[in-house]
Design a protein around this ligand. Structure first.
Ligand code: GTR
Length: 692
């Protein structure tokens, strides 16, 4: 409230009206900007205004990365250096190349003219002047009297942005945000102009349960980010509350739009500070009380949609299994679209007798190409040195890069120029390649290589971001664009999210392994921890060539039953990771009972192949008991094949395990992690099947 009052007083003191008044219901807006104004004004703004009965005519003068200084230089020279991009009264878009600032100022009877600093300098006040002052002074006599000038406050980069300019702010999002606030507030006070507080709106949204999911490449905005920015422009220019505006861009959920509108409106009230409007991450309702687990009935894995009950493995395979698989595809993980994708492999490096003579190493680049685009994935393979026959293998995706799996200095690093595309904000980036936190071998406790190799297994791994970066980039950087049909820019509601993309990658690696003599591709166990455990399960379900499947701490969307709604829920996971599942899955948030399946049926799709589900005793977020009960319920399908599975097992205590013919479960003592304790058990279970 105090901040709001301060904002109002500020506007009164500087004589700036709280909003721009246009001509009737039409407002003519000229932005002199760069790619950040492309993000803010070219989509959504016209449509938001239209929903409120207003007509916004928008001109955007664009030069990539253009600074205030350069804009001013262009006013003087009159250089036709801009791409002038216009949204007309009907919402039609056009682009005019080689446009100059004098031409743009004269193009319409503008009501509003905006300026902005290029993002690297946006928090460096000394870079603003004298240019901003000179730009305003230049424009004033060339536009109708009464034009409102605004400064478009841009946003801080994503937490782990790899934009080199991020180092101007110590690679610290908060510092960048605070710097932009100080610089933009001083600028608008100096000139008595208005502020369009997109930087604050974006930061408000980042503080909700949608978190840092607003960028597509670490600095430009993704679909959600663009909508937030446009909503902020709308609030500022109209002075109207955007909350409840009915225009919803394609691919954004109702929840995202609501949080975006709240973020924009709060920023309009308090342009220079983050507001808590009650959608904080910590507000989410997480149940850890067994007594509050809702009553539910699990769907019957054996009951076909026709009402027929499956009686044997043949009926399961021909009737029920395909139907279930299609349901999981359509409603949860998303289908992989049909497309002509070629895969090429190239051995980049190989050596024998490495790791003290224990292993042979091979690093292989897989290149996927469609007509238009290419994507590269770097595989790291260690196989037992001197093995007489191709080795059975564990195949798993790694979180942070191949170089983190083992301290072996010969592991190739992800090429620097691809890093931004490949790393998600969760990853924490290894900016200096060998930096300590995510440096070489930093994840070796998760990959006990020596144990794996000495037990006679190869380890095959690749980095998750090589297939698809783990953040909501609008499916812009990873494998998805290779599959787009002509004109498509986003997966359909039933098309794959990131987890299905990772699983697809696991299958392609298996294709490659079929051609590699160091590994026996018919004896590959696919393994994964946490989100990558979800991917391992889906890979095991969709690709029956995987001889064994291991999920560790896969939790919600993995092995854990959704209907228990214990720990992470469908609603929470879809908010925090909007890119993981297909759009159809979003409708089940808080409505688990409406799901046409539950996760025990995902596990059942792996039958009769050996399946290992593991949890951590302190990992309540992943609901260990829900994982166990799910495995137990899946046993019904194993029984069709004559295996008892875990049908009679009891949930073990911390440190305990239950193993039967084709299924195993254990509960390691401790937190959400994959440890040598887990691997020891996976290996001894695998020995029964993959060593024959
Ligand atoms: C958590 C997420 C979980 C789990 C985990 C991980 O933040 O809520 O579903 O997958 O990340 O992958 O470590």
């Amino acid at each position: 409230m105090k901040a709001r009052l301060a904002a109002i007083l500020f506007f009164l003191a500087t004589g700036v009206a709280l909003h721009a008044s246009g001509q009737g219901d039409t407002l003519r807006i000229l932005s002199i900007g760069n790619s950040f104004s492309v993000d803010a004004v070219e989509q959504n703004l016209h449509e938001i205004a239209a929903d409120a009965g207003k007509v916004y005519i928008i001109g955007n003068m664009y030069i990539g990365g253009c600074s205030l200084e350069r804009h001013y230089g262009n006013t003087l020279s009159g250089a036709g250096a801009y791409s002038y991009r216009k949204v007309d009264a009907e919402g039609e878009r056009s682009v005019n190349k080689n446009f100059s600032i004098p031409e743009a100022l004269a193009d319409e009877n503008w009501d509003v003219v905006t300026f902005q600093q290029s993002s690297p300098f946006s928090g460096l006040p000394a870079s603003y002047e004298p240019w901003l002052g000179r730009l305003i002074a230049y424009a004033k006599p060339r536009v109708p009297e009464g034009v409102k000038f605004y400064f478009h406050q841009t946003w801080a980069y994503s937490e782990d942005s790899l934009n080199p300019a991020y180092s101007n702010y110590g690679c610290d999002q908060n510092l960048m945000y605070e710097s932009i606030m100080a610089a933009s507030q001083a600028a608008v006070e100096r000139h008595g102009i208005g502020i369009i507080p997109c930087g604050t709106a974006i930061q408000n949204y980042r503080a909700t349960w949608y978190r840092d999911n607003v960028n597509r490449d670490g600095y430009h905005l993704n679909l959600a980010g663009r909508y937030i920015a446009a909503a902020t422009w709308y609030c500022t220019l109209s002075g109207q509350d955007v909350r409840g505006n009915a225009y919803r861009p394609e691919h954004l959920s109702i929840g995202q739009v609501k949080a975006a509108q709240e973020s924009a409106w709060a920023a309009y009230q308090s342009p220079f500070e983050v507001t808590d409007f009650g959608m904080r991450t910590r507000d989410r309702n997480v149940n850890y009380d067994l007594a509050l687990v809702p009553d539910f009935k699990l769907p019957d894995a054996l009951l076909c949609s026709s009402g027929m009950k499956v009686r044997n493995s043949a009926e399961w395979e021909h009737l029920r299994r395909p139907e279930l698989l299609a349901l999981f595809e359509r409603e949860m993980f998303g289908k992989v679209p049909r497309a002509d994708i070629a895969m090429k492999s190239e051995v980049l490096e190989s050596a024998t007798g490495v790791l003290g003579g224990l292993a042979d190493r091979k690093q292989v680049k897989l290149t996927f190409s469609s007509g238009r685009r290419q994507l590269e994935v770097d595989l790291l393979i260690y196989s037992p040195s001197g093995a007489e026959a191709p080795s059975p293998a564990f195949l798993g995706i790694n979180f942070i890069g191949n170089h983190t799996v083992c301290a072996d200095p010969s592991i190739l690093l992800t090429p620097q120029e691809n890093m931004q595309k490949r790393y998600g904000s969760y990853a924490g980036i290894d900016r200096n390649k060998d930096a300590t936190r995510y440096g070489r071998g930093s994840m070796n406790s998760r990959w006990p290589l020596e144990m794996i190799l000495r037990s006679g297994y190869a380890l095959v791994t690749f980095y998750r971001g090589d297939i698809d970066p783990d953040y909501d980039d609008g499916f812009y950087n990873g494998i998805h664009p290779l599959f787009y049909a002509d004109g498509q820019t986003y997966p359909e509601r039933d098309e794959w999210g990131t987890i299905a993309a990772w699983s697809w990658g696991l299958s392609r690696v298996l294709d490659y392994l079929e051609t590699d003599s160091s590994v026996d591709a018919s004896k590959v166990a696919v393994v994964g921890h946490s989100r990558l455990g979800k991917a391992a399960l889906w890979a095991g379900a969709t690709d029956q060539r995987f001889a064994m499947v291991v999920s560790n701490g896969s939790g919600c969307g993995g092995a854990a039953l959704s209907r228990r709604a214990y720990g992470e829920t469908v609603e929470i996971i879809n908010r925090s990771f909007p890119h993981w599942f297909c759009a159809n899955f979003k409708k089940y948030g808080g409505k688990e009972n409406k799901l046409p399946f539950d996760q025990h049926e995902l596990l059942a799709l792996i039958a009769p192949r050996p399946l290992y589900v593991a949890s951590g005793s302190q990992d309540r977020w992943a609901d260990p008991e829900g994982e166990f009960l799910s495995a137990k319920a899946a046993s019904e399908v194993y029984r069709l094949y004559g295996f008892k599975g875990l049908s009679r097992a009891k949930m073990p205590g911390a440190g305990g395990a239950v193993t039967s013919d084709r299924m195993a479960y254990h509960l390691h003592e401790g937190k959400h992690d994959i440890t040598p304790f887990d691997w020891e058990r996976f290996i001894s279970f695998a020995d029964k099947f993959l060593k024959k």
